[in-house]
Design a protein. Structure first.
Length: 56
């Protein structure tokens, strides 16, 4: 994940928690020390049908 401010290529995850159907991650850039949030979600439409069956 790139830093939105300085474009440094590596950021550190400080905190991660469920947020509804998403995962909210708090990140920090080691280069400029800015903190920012990212929200990640699983796109169930792109999972092949066989993989979805295995997960159940």
């Amino acid at each position: 994940m790139k830093c939105p401010t300085c474009k440094h290529k590596i950021t550190k995850v400080i905190d991660s928690r469920p947020f509804g159907r998403e995962i909210k991650r708090r990140r920090k850039c080691p280069s400029c020390s800015i903190r920012f949030n990212t929200y990640e979600y699983v796109d169930t439409e792109s999972i092949p049908e066989s993989a979805a069956r295995e997960a159940k």
